[in-house]
Design a protein around this ligand. Structure first.
Ligand SMILES: [Zn+2]
Length: 938
């Protein structure tokens, strides 16, 4: 039934699922009669008495069909039944109050087994009949959906085993227990859970080199062997025999003290994985069985507290180790078996069961109560060849009251504990390309999204586009400070609307209603008659009402995710930005012969005005909204933003979104956030206790850097996404690099070099923490988000600049445009960039990306130079792995003149000659700090 319940591996503790159901008016005679009917229904099931069911039928009902239904739906051996009404509609062709169509959920326990079904029961009140104890009669009954295979697991008190050199193996992982006690929880299919108690050893030896590097950061060793005192293991019962050799477990006499220890371990761990939340149907813990191949071990180690190892064969990275309590990922990678089936790279989209095409969201938000009420209609299309369960990401704190599809009517849904997930069960599996519309209704408390990169969740690692500065690098001062104007941001992290399991490009219409004193900025273009007055909301327990206003937005182009921001803002300015995109231009000019950096940079301007375009859009509607105290600053921002947009559109040859709203808000921490169609920029309140020096994202003397970075995300990060968390550097690296190009444009070569110097310094300082390709996991183990920004942002940008200097400007900007155009409104990977750049430059770039992105070493270059006649001879020697690394050599002549040239260092030894124009005073490698390398002079 559940083909893929990956997220269940990480389930934690209960949350209510079914809330806001049919209101019960217990004093209403009609209501009482319907409840009496449901009780009669429940009794006929719990007593397994078909005759009682038949007694409930109306005179005209098909008795054979009813008998068949009952026999198929009601098993023998029932121990408990719960029937809950979920929906009620007037029955077609009936007078009011004469008939209803009821949708009921029926939970049936047969001892330790459970099943849930959704039934549709049409009932009618017979006219003039003897109505007996309750007046309702069944006309028809049908099954809409069911979920089977639920188990209430218990540690078997009758079975105890003595471990005899027990070794339990999974990929790169072992639990060894030479002697000790073992208890089991079994099902009719076999053992599915075990508890090991005793002095054991946990061994974890990840195969990939970069994972060993991360393990070393966590444990101080690349190959972990550590003592444990107890372990809880889940396996598929069908695999138990294979995993345990006969002589490892010897039946032992029962020891109640040890059993109690085992029970403690069992109770502490059983709810952590493979558990569904049945809410009002049952408060017990109901588990699913792991699929064959899946394996989870919760290990209580002496040195590292509780550590979880999981193998989940459905995941692209099927081997993981993490610390649940600390939400800390230690390892996540593909096993050899997985690599053989999927190849080295993966696209998270290939694992999803459906595509979302379009959203219509109508939500109200009350900032004072942090309360949301909403209805989202989503159009989707099945991707798997057969799909029976749709998994939606949706905030745990929002209670779903109904999920209705145009195709199937009301659908059965369940929430997975603490997973921000809703599982929607389809009555029958649908085939690939099947189109569906779902409408989800919900309400609940929803807190704003915090601007913090550090605590990325274990299972979904989309730390995208949320720029934040580490609070620890901000130092309090003695000044009294002014608190920031409050704001409420809802974006990719807090699942404020139902969405796919991964980001998914879709168009949308979004309407957000707020109390009238607030303004809303959202993904999309503000509709012409928006904002508009909305119905006032009553205040509970009072006669007062809250006047409200609605903001409506449309996104004609697809966005990766939707976001909105609520704050007290006003519109400061609007402008139409004309872009330098020549739609008819055949292509970029030939730039051969531009050898020096200056020549190349000069030629770049020619490309800007003659670039081919993707979308042919020639304007962007730019608006600026601001908090009151930020209005002055914001008036300057519109001009700068227009300049930035013009530069980027020219370089890339396209503007993906036709409108952009800049929200200038206040925050003690600088930073911002950039969904499609808008950018939120944090500005310090007038007096703030923090300063933000010494952070990888701060560039002294270049205050526009944040704005330039955030605006670049419209192209990279939004229009071009990334295939999985490993590829996030494509978004941040390009945003950082485009911002650096703007620095050069606005403030000149020195400002640009100052930025390059900082890129290099951060890249060198933090590269020992892992390769750029680890994405959000960089710095994650030690909770240092600075490391993530040093490498994913700054080293990423430095690598792009080195690539540009290696292949030349025409190839680089041509390749960039090609890469962008091919991946617009799609997710891209490093390999896509490599191929675009290889095509444009006609050279093999495998080693370039291998060293700079997938590995983390910093090259060491030995440099020497000598004057031979009228020529300068420079020589670079690489010790260790050979990198492709362009180095700018600067010459200072005796007369004070200077010259620079780029040496593409691509061999263990590279020697080049340059003509001299006078007597040389000095020669210096890497004068522009563009090469991320250590230099030694000989
Ligand atoms: Zn960014």
């Amino acid at each position: 039934m559940f083909a893929r319940l990956l997220c269940l591996l990480l389930a934690l503790s209960p949350t209510p699922a079914f809330a806001g159901q049919v209101a019960v008016r217990a004093t209403d005679p009609e209501e009482l009669s319907l409840q009496a009917f449901l009780l009669a229904l429940e009794t006929s099931i719990s007593t397994m008495d078909r005759a009682r069911w038949i007694d409930l039928l109306s005179a005209t009902a098909d008795r054979d069909q009813a008998r068949e239904f009952f026999d198929a739906m009601v098993p023998q051996g029932i121990t408990r039944v719960v029937v809950k009404e979920r929906d009620r509609f007037p029955l077609q062709g009936s007078l009011p109050g004469e008939g209803y169509r009821l949708v009921v959920e029926v939970f049936i326990e047969t001892g330790p087994r459970g099943r849930i079904a959704t039934w549709q029961v049409d009932i009618r009140r017979p006219r003039g009949d003897d109505i007996g104890r309750q007046p309702w009669r069944i006309v028809t009954q049908d099954r809409l959906a069911s979920i089977e295979g639920l188990h209430r697991l218990a540690l078997n008190p009758e079975k105890q085993f003595a471990a005899r050199n027990l070794v339990l193996k999974a990929v790169d992982f072992e639990l060894r227990l030479p002697t000790g006690d073992v208890f089991v929880a079994d099902t009719p299919e076999g053992v599915t859970a075990l508890v090991l108690i005793g002095d054991g050893t946990m061994v974890f030896q990840p195969a990939p080199k970069e994972e060993r590097g991360q393990l070393k950061l966590f444990a101080g060793t690349e190959s972990l062997e550590t003592p444990f005192t107890s372990a809880f293991v889940r396996v598929s019962p069908f695999e138990f025999e294979q995993r345990f050799k006969d002589d490892m477990l010897e039946p032992a006499t029962l020891d109640s003290r040890q059993y109690r220890r085992g029970l403690d371990a069992f109770d502490n761990n059983i709810t952590k994985s493979f558990v569904l939340d049945l809410s009002d149907l049952s408060r017990d813990t109901w588990s699913l069985l792991p699929q064959p191949g899946d394996f989870v071990a919760e290990v209580n180690t002496r040195r590292f507290d509780n550590v979880t190892y999981a193998r989940s064969i459905g995941e692209a990275e099927d081997v993981t180790m993490f610390q649940r309590e600390r939400k800390r990922n230690i390892a996540a990678y593909a096993s050899e078996q997985k690599l053989a089936s999927r190849g080295r790279f993966f696209d998270e989209d290939h694992l999803v069961d459906y595509d979302v095409l379009d959203y219509e969201i109508d939500a109200s938000y009350y900032p004072d109560r942090q309360w949301m009420e909403g209805r989202t209609r989503m159009r989707l299309r099945a991707r798997s060849h057969s799909i029976g369960v749709l998994t939606l990401r949706f905030a745990d704190s929002l209670n779903v009251s109904s999920v209705v599809s145009d195709e199937f009517g009301r659908l059965l849904f369940l929430r997975v504990r603490n997973q921000n997930s809703v599982l929607v069960n389809l009555p029958s599996p649908v085939a690939r390309d099947f189109p569906m519309s779902l409408t989800i209704t919900y309400s609940g408390r929803l807190e704003r999204q915090r601007i913090q990169d550090e605590s990325v969740d274990v299972d979904f690692s989309d730390g995208n586009a949320l720029e934040s500065r580490d609070q620890r690098s901000a130092q309090p001062d003695d000044l009294p400070f002014v608190p920031s104007e409050p704001k409420w941001l809802f974006s990719n992290r807090n699942y404020w609307y139902p969405q796919n399991q991964v980001t998914d490009y879709a168009t949308a219409k979004v309407q957000i209603t707020v109390p009238y004193e607030y303004q809303v900025v959202s993904s999309g273009i503000l509709d012409p008659f928006s904002p508009a007055a909305a119905a006032a909301a009553p205040v509970e327990g009072s006669t007062r009402v809250i006047p409200r206003v609605s903001y409506s937005f449309t996104t004609p182009q697809p966005v990766r995710y939707l976001a909105f921001l609520v704050s007290k803002m006003s519109r400061v300015d609007t402008a139409t930005v004309a872009l330098d995109i020549d739609v008819k231009s055949p292509g970029a000019p030939d730039m051969r012969g531009a050898h020096t950096l200056q020549e190349q940079l000069n030629r770049l301007n020619q490309i800007v005005t003659t670039a081919p375009t993707v979308g042919g859009r020639n304007t962007i509607q730019l608006s600026v909204d601001a908090n009151k105290r930020q209005e002055n600053r914001s008036r300057d921002a519109i001009g700068t933003a227009a300049e930035i947009l013009r530069l980027y559109a020219g370089l890339i040859g396209d503007a993906p979104y036709g409108a952009l709203t800049l929200a200038m808000v206040e925050d003690e921490l600088p930073g911002g956030h950039a969904p499609g169609y808008f950018a939120m920029i944090n500005n310090p309140p007038p007096v703030t206790p923090f300063n933000y020096r010494n952070d990888p994202a701060m560039f002294q003397g270049f205050p526009e850097f944040f704005l330039a970075h955030e605006l670049a995300h419209q192209w990279f990060g939004q229009a071009v996404g990334w295939k999985n968390y490993h590829e996030q550097w494509l978004s941040e690296g390009f945003a950082q690099y485009l911002a650096a190009l703007f620095a050069k444009e606005r403030r000149g070569e020195e400002a640009f070099r100052d930025v390059l110097r900082q890129f290099r310094r951060w890249a060198i300082d933090d590269s020992d923490q892992g390769p750029v390709y680890l994405g959000y996991r960089l710095g994650h183990i030690k909770g240092e988000s600075k490391v993530f920004r040093s490498l994913v942002y700054n080293k990423g940008a430095a690598v792009l600049h080195m690539l540009r200097r290696l292949v030349g400007d025409d190839a680089f900007f041509g390749g960039l445009r090609q890469f962008y155009a091919a991946n617009r409104f799609k997710k891209a990977g490093t390999d896509d960039l490599r191929q675009a750049m290889e095509t444009a430059s006609k050279r093999d770039l495998t080693r370039f990306f291998e060293r700079w992105i997938y590995d983390n070493a910093i090259p060491r270059l030995r440099f020497s130079s000598a004057v031979e006649g009228q020529e300068l001879v420079v020589k670079f020697e690489q010790t260790g792995d050979v990198f492709d690394i362009p180095v700018t050599v600067g010459i200072t002549y005796v007369d004070g003149k200077t010259a620079e040239f780029i040496v593409p260092v691509t061999e263990a030894t590279t020697e080049t000659r340059f003509p001299l124009t006078g007597a040389v005073r000095s020669v210096e490698p890497n004068v522009d700090d563009a090469a991320v390398a250590h230099f030694e002079r000989r």
